[in-house]
Design a protein around this ligand. Structure first.
Ligand SMILES: *[C@@H]1O[C@H](CO)[C@@H](O)[C@H](O)[C@H]1NC(C)=O
Ligand SMILES: *[C@@H]1O[C@H](CO)[C@@H](O)[C@H](O)[C@H]1NC(C)=O
Ligand SMILES: *[C@@H]1O[C@H](CO)[C@@H](O)[C@H](O)[C@H]1NC(C)=O
Ligand SMILES: *[C@@H]1O[C@H](CO)[C@@H](O)[C@H](O)[C@H]1NC(C)=O
Ligand SMILES: *[C@@H]1O[C@H](CO)[C@@H](O)[C@H](O)[C@H]1NC(C)=O
Ligand SMILES: *[C@@H]1O[C@H](CO)[C@@H](O)[C@H](O)[C@H]1NC(C)=O
Ligand SMILES: *[C@@H]1O[C@H](CO)[C@@H](O)[C@H](O)[C@H]1NC(C)=O
Ligand SMILES: *[C@@H]1O[C@H](CO)[C@@H](O)[C@H](O)[C@H]1NC(C)=O
Ligand SMILES: *[C@@H]1O[C@H](CO)[C@@H](O)[C@H](O)[C@H]1NC(C)=O
Ligand SMILES: *[C@@H]1O[C@H](CO)[C@@H](O)[C@H](O)[C@H]1NC(C)=O
Ligand SMILES: *[C@@H]1O[C@H](CO)[C@@H](O)[C@H](O)[C@H]1NC(C)=O
Ligand SMILES: *[C@@H]1O[C@H](CO)[C@@H](O)[C@H](O)[C@H]1NC(C)=O
Ligand SMILES: [Ca+2]
Length: 576
């Protein structure tokens, strides 16, 4: 009897050495710590925690649904010579027999430096270990604005550089070495980055500085050109204030819907998706909407939307004047262009108004509500260095003050947050790839902001080539796709038949490891009646157009392309 038990235990022990539970132990994780991976970093042996999870269902727009098993390892490190310094990192690791020599670095969104469990989960189905960091902010769910000031007017610069680029790099370098130790592997570890919005900016922060660390970066709707991007959230509200008209929420919604309806067919296909916002901007007369009736039931409001009473009315001349001004992008009091606008067909998130029960009037939302609050907090806390998340008033703010704040941010954060360094020679020379995408109906970060950065890279890196020749050279390693109908890092209920590029990691792996270049980007319809359908997205600078046979063609259209480029003549220094 005893004899048999020993045999059974031996067998069980042997099997578990390569099973998830067998390696997902604190002892094995501690033995795998890479103490020499990063100069000046001291890993705390006693901080290691490891827990295995099985049969976990994951679902997100960024990857196809899957069921995964993984090991979550968390530990802490500090920087030599710095006091009160403790950075937490988490790595998710697939079972040893599922590991395919890949590592995925991930970032955050908004003022968060990580995305909790959502981004790392997408790595596991591809046999990749994945990492995230808390930036040293205190714990994984502490947002950067909670630690940015040490007191009024005293910046915690360490937090700025950690958020700016340093923390993700440390997490990645340590994570790569840890992963190799964990699987006792010395095979090539392909290393990727994937993130959207602030996570997209963090991706470019790595691309611009750390070519040797990565093989490919998947970057969505990046919040780069940070000093412009954040203040830009104030622009729409200040248009309303300047024109002294605050459109009711239902009127704004109606204008967006009517624009989508009117411009849908310009791309050759009536599917409720404005795939050619450029043709919409060139051909659609917003004034044609004046007088259109609207009706909305009362809404209670949520995290994303403000409460509103029931509304009936017709689109007004003033409402169209406001929207027309918003869609020009910020111009200063002398009519010079300061920044790029959103595209026609995007909803007007920054312009959202709030109904004031006491006055019976619509107004710019108060108390830090609404999308304009990102701009308000940026100015109050990060530029004026006050420990508060809202400006005390917007009443004296003008187009010129928004411009001045954009320039001030450029002065203060050009080496940390701006993230527009346009010379990517090191990345290119290392043979690394960039897959950059942006929803064409993004209402939070203008699609044209991404187009502008890529154009800066093209001009800086290929100054002596013709447009077509430089585009061809750039597209060898840096591809950009504007995703028709997509909203900010997500699918879009206003254009449900649009496809979203959900398989980007698979596409990038194919490009880096097998040399399969994504001449069009694989995408999937995630909403509506065609849910599950596959579509291919044209690579910039080509634009989609559906021919008479109902097939999409990727066409070159100079007039449309020109509509995406802006001469920011209000700013005297180059804005990449
Ligand atoms: C995995 O989870 C699903 C649904 O949560 C459940 O039906 C199934 O029995 C589980 N399988 C195992 C092996 O635990
Ligand atoms: C991620 O965390 C959320 C909130 O705690 C939880 O509901 C979800 O099940 C978790 N997902 C995974 C894949 O662990
Ligand atoms: C991983 O485990 C740590 C420690 O138990 C926990 O704090 C953290 O929330 C987990 N992270 C994820 C993304 O699952
Ligand atoms: C910061 O300034 C505000 C007023 O501007 C004041 O209420 C607050 O106490 C100050 N906080 C600190 C930490 O000085
Ligand atoms: C900033 O204000 C918050 C309350 O709004 C407070 O909890 C925090 O301690 C303050 N931080 C500093 C550095 O003054
Ligand atoms: C990797 O490890 C194997 C044995 O485990 C060894 O034969 C080989 O030389 C190693 N390769 C490198 C590049 O270190
Ligand atoms: C606009 O379209 C959305 C999505 O189809 C719909 O939910 C909403 O009711 C519409 N609003 C108006 C004012 O037409
Ligand atoms: C304003 O009135 C609406 C009903 O019209 C109500 O739902 C809402 O709670 C009120 N809001 C405030 C801030 O009082
Ligand atoms: C708006 O009009 C609809 C009918 O079109 C009506 O049922 C509703 O009561 C009206 N609501 C308001 C607030 O006038
Ligand atoms: C607006 O007024 C406040 C209070 O008077 C002042 O502190 C602030 O500097 C003004 N802002 C601008 C942009 O003029
Ligand atoms: C650039 O290439 C496009 C096709 O991709 C072509 O239509 C266009 O004429 C070319 N422009 C020049 C200046 O050669
Ligand atoms: C492309 O997307 C479809 C779903 O739309 C998916 O089944 C397929 O695996 C993807 N192909 C690649 C190369 O990612
Ligand atoms: Ca269409």
């Amino acid at each position: 009897m005893l004899f048999y038990m020993v045999i059974l235990n031996l067998a069980a022990g042997f099997a578990s050495a390569s099973s998830l539970a067998g390696v997902c132990t604190t002892a094995h994780a501690r033995a795998s710590l890479p103490h020499d991976a990063y100069q000046g970093i001291l890993i705390d042996d006693s901080s290691v925690q490891a827990n295995s999870f099985s049969n976990i269902s994951i679902s997100d727009v960024m990857y196809p649904d899957a069921v995964i098993d993984y090991c979550n390892v968390t530990f802490a490190y500090s920087h030599e010579g710095r006091v009160d310094d403790r950075v937490l990192v988490t790595y998710w690791l697939p079972a040893p027999d599922k590991f395919e020599n890949r590592f995925l670095a991930t970032g955050g969104g908004g003022l968060a430096i990580n995305s909790g469990n959502t981004s790392v989960a997408g790595a596991i189905p591809y046999g990749a270990a994945a990492g995230l960091t808390d930036g040293g902010f205190g714990s994984f769910d502490v947002q950067w604005d909670e630690v940015f000031l040490l007191a009024n007017n005293t910046v915690n610069w360490q937090s700025v550089y950690m958020m700016g680029y340093q923390a993700i790099h440390e997490m990645t370098v340590i994570g790569k070495a840890f992963t190799q130790n964990f699987y006792n592997s010395n095979s090539t570890l392909y290393t990727y980055y994937q993130g959207c919005s602030e996570g997209g900016r963090e991706g470019f922060s790595q691309v611009q500085r750390f070519a040797e660390t990565y093989d490919g970066a998947i970057i969505g709707a990046p919040a780069l050109r940070y000093s412009f991007q954040q203040v830009n959230h104030l622009h729409s509200g200040i248009v309303e204030q300047t024109l002294d008209y605050y459109p009711p929420s239902c009127e704004l919604d109606k204008i967006a819907n009517a624009t989508i309806k009117a411009c849908d067919g310009l791309d050759g296909k009536r599917d409720g998706v404005v795939s050619r916002t450029d043709l919409c901007a060139l051909q659609f007369d917003l004034k044609s909407i004046i007088g259109a009736p609207y009706s909305c039931p009362a809404t209670v409001g949520s995290m994303m939307t403000l409460p509103a009473p029931a509304q009936n009315g017709t689109v007004t001349e003033k409402g169209i004047a406001v929207v027309t001004e918003i869609l020009k992008g910020l111009q200063d009091s002398q009519g010079r262009q300061v920044y790029v606008p959103y595209q026609f067909g995007a909803t007007f998130a920054d312009a959202a108004t709030e109904f004031n029960n006491a006055t019976g009037k619509w107004q710019i939302p108060e108390n830090g509500l609404g999308a304009q609050s990102y701009g308000s907090e940026w100015v109050e806390r990060y530029l004026l260095l006050q420990n508060s998340s809202t400006l005390p008033t917007l009443k004296n703010v003008t187009y010129d003050s928004i411009k001045e704040w954009m320039v001030l941010g450029l002065h203060m954060y050009s080496d940390s947050l701006q993230t527009t360094w346009p010379d990517l020679s090191s990345w290119q020379e290392a043979g690394n790839k960039i897959l950059h995408y942006h929803g064409e109906s993004d209402n939070s970060i203008p699609t044209a902001a991404s187009v502008r950065y890529r154009e800066s890279v093209r001009k800086i890196m290929y100054p002596h080539l013709s447009y077509n020749a430089s585009e061809a050279a750039l597209s060898e390693w840096y591809k950009f796709y504007s995703i028709p109908g997509a909203a900010h890092c997500s699918d879009n209920p206003y254009q449900p038949n649009a496809a979203f590029p959900q398989t980007n990691l698979k596409v990038m792996i194919g490009w880096v490891e097998k040399g399969v270049a994504p001449d069009t980007l694989n995408a999937t319809v995630l909403l509506g009646e065609n849910k599950g359908a596959n579509q291919q997205i044209c690579a910039w600078p080509l634009r989609p157009f559906w021919n008479d046979n109902g097939a999409v063609e990727c066409v070159y259209d100079q007039k449309s392309l020109n509509s995406w480029f802006y001469d920011l003549d209000a700013i005297k220094v180059p804005v990449f």
